[in-house]
Design a binder for this molecule. Structure first.
Ligand SMILES: *[C@@H]1O[C@H](CO)[C@@H](O)[C@H](O)[C@H]1NC(C)=O
Ligand SMILES: *[C@@H]1O[C@H](CO)[C@@H](O)[C@H](O)[C@H]1NC(C)=O
Ligand SMILES: *[C@@H]1O[C@H](CO)[C@@H](O)[C@H](O)[C@H]1NC(C)=O
Ligand SMILES: *[C@@H]1O[C@H](CO)[C@@H](O)[C@H](O)[C@H]1NC(C)=O
Length: 495
């Protein structure tokens, strides 16, 4: 985003105009100050009086990937986020809210009984041995929150923490996996007391499913509980269960995204229901972790499509979409596609177009490496502005190249490198190299990841992709096609 459009944006924000901007899953998301949004594995609380969204999450920096406390941002439209700093501030030497402690997956609910906002999270030490739930309260939604206690719900362990409030009776529930040891490996759904100061009773237990990162959406007909498998910070195929009642019986789990996409390289954690004037929309709010640098993790927010007939849910992947929180409408943005197999796409050095039955033109550009072995998409129409470009790629490092540097996570004892990094240069402007992270996919799986690029006006743009150092190698991922989106509107109203 240019300084000008950022200024324009904040000016517009204050004048109560709703800025039309888009949700771009996996992009670098900036706040209204133009800073990276640092709000991981959290949840969104809607302030009743104003309808404003408050997003709480783990604050992470390169120097402080854990123990940074809980940040809070607010927005009226889920895209323009204002930073309110830390809602829960770590203190050196504190028993639980300290830089060397685990403060994960925070969620906030308003307690009518205490007239305070209650923040709950997974409170732990570095060894994940206490496995507790922390509570802090504040009269102000943005905090600062004051620590109350860290407790074991009904005497049980509690790891990945989620929270859910039922629309029918307003009761709030805690969701938590109870650790990885053989005595644990369950996920609990437990009701809080009315004050939201204590877990009161177990409503349901998913016995020995060994899942984590739970969240629940409530439709008019029932409930879907969404959770991930346990592969640490590597993504996997997230599943959902369905029930008419929170106490069950719950269905068998089923996948919510195409198999082997590993839920579009994301982990579940939260979900949001938007009751629009035209439609009800459910959002999946996932984290795209990168275990090499989790402080740079991205956000994968996608509409959840509810099929009432089959009583199942699926995530809809859109590179770029508009979400109108007033009407609830989701509008995918259309872009222009340029394929790697086309003659207009030029390979240089050792890069070449290899037969691939699963790719769009039965050919995929491979061998992208360093500065010399590159792929250039040419004849690209540009608007003379910053535009989102989605790169559809395959990164097969999970095929394994022996033990090091790449290993196969689908193989016993395998390790996972998780990403390649490509360089992206527009119109030969090598002084403005952009870095494109291409997380591990799977053989035969094409996923996309976006970058905001400055294109010149006209149809003579080209985009050159090479390989950058990822800690092990200069390989770029294989490329199938790119989609160039129109510039994001930075003024005007929605609807
Ligand atoms: C709550 O916020 C308001 C304004 O944002 C401020 O005036 C007040 O001091 C805050 N209260 C507390 C307890 O932090
Ligand atoms: C959970 O708590 C119940 C009741 O105290 C106890 O019987 C059970 O062993 C606990 N389970 C775990 C995994 O801690
Ligand atoms: C690419 O070019 C840069 C700048 O000239 C150089 O530092 C780097 O080593 C090159 N990388 C490869 C893999 O050739
Ligand atoms: C890309 O554009 C630049 C600037 O116009 C030009 O110098 C370069 O030759 C182009 N590269 C290809 C492969 O078309």
């Amino acid at each position: 985003m240019t300084v000008l459009s950022r200024l324009l944006l904040s000016a517009v924000t204050f004048s109560s105009l709703v800025v039309a901007r888009w949700i771009v899953p996996g992009g670098r998301w900036l706040d209204t100050d133009g800073e990276r949004i640092r709000c991981h594995a959290g949840g969104i609380t809607v302030k009743k009086e104003t309808g404003r969204f408050f997003w709480f999450g783990e604050y992470k920096t390169e120097d402080m990937p854990e123990g940074g406390g809980v940040s809070v941002y607010s927005s009226d439209d889920l895209v323009t986020w204002e930073n309110h700093g830390l809602a829960l501030i770590p203190e050196e030497g504190h028993e639980f809210v300290a830089p060397d402690m685990i403060i994960q997956r925070p969620k906030v609910a308003y307690s009518k009984a205490t007239e305070q906002y209650h923040m709950w999270w997974h409170a732990d030490d570095e060894d994940y041995s206490p496995l507790l739930q922390g509570l802090a309260t504040s009269p102000n939604i943005t905090g600062p929150y004051c620590f109350v206690d860290a407790t074991a719900p009904l005497g049980n362990w509690s790891q990945d923490f989620g929270m859910f409030t039922d629309r029918n009776d307003g009761r709030t529930y805690a969701l938590y996996s109870n650790g990885d040891s053989v005595e644990g490996r369950d996920v609990y759904l437990s009701a809080f007391n009315e004050e939201i100061t204590e877990v009161e009773e177990v409503t349901f237990r998913w016995d020995k499913f060994d899942l984590e990162a739970p969240t629940i959406i409530q439709t008019d007909a029932g409930y879907f509980a969404i959770m991930s498998h346990k592969t640490g910070y590597r993504p996997n195929n997230v599943v959902a269960f369905r029930a008419d009642d929170l106490s069950g019986p719950w269905s068998q789990p089923f996948m919510i995204a195409p198999p082997y996409t590993r839920t579009f390289s994301s982990q579940s954690g939260f979900s949001l229901r938007i009751d629009g004037t035209k439609q009800t929309t459910y959002l999946y709010l996932g984290d795209q972790w990168d275990l090499n640098s989790n402080w740079e993790a991205r956000y994968i927010w996608l509409p959840i499509i509810v099929d009432e007939e089959t009583q199942s849910i699926k995530l809809a992947w859109y590179d770029v979409y508009d979400l109108d929180v007033e009407t609830g409408e989701v509008t995918p943005i259309m872009g222009e596609t340029y394929y790697a197999y086309e003659d207009d796409t030029v390979v240089a050095g050792e890069a070449w177009k290899q037969e691939a039955t699963f790719s769009s033109g039965r050919k995929i550009a491979t061998g992208i490496y360093g500065n010399d072995s590159t792929v250039t998409f040419t004849g690209i129409e540009g608007a003379g502005a910053k535009q989102w470009v989605s790169f559809y790629y395959q990164n097969t490092d999970d095929m394994g190249f022996g033990d090091q540097p790449y290993g196969n996570p689908d193989r016993i004892g395998g390790v996972w490198q998780i990403r390649r990094i490509s360089s992206v240069v527009v119109n030969g402007r090598e002084e403005e190299v952009e870095t494109l992270w291409q997380r591990d996919t799977h053989k035969d799986i094409i996923l996309s990841t976006p970058l905001l690029l400055e294109l010149d006006e006209g149809s003579e743009n080209n985009i050159t992709v090479g390989g950058l150092w990822n800690g092990f190698d200069y390989k770029g991922a294989d490329l199938d096609w790119i989609v160039v989106y129109p510039p994001e509107p930075t003024n005007g109203c929605r609807g």
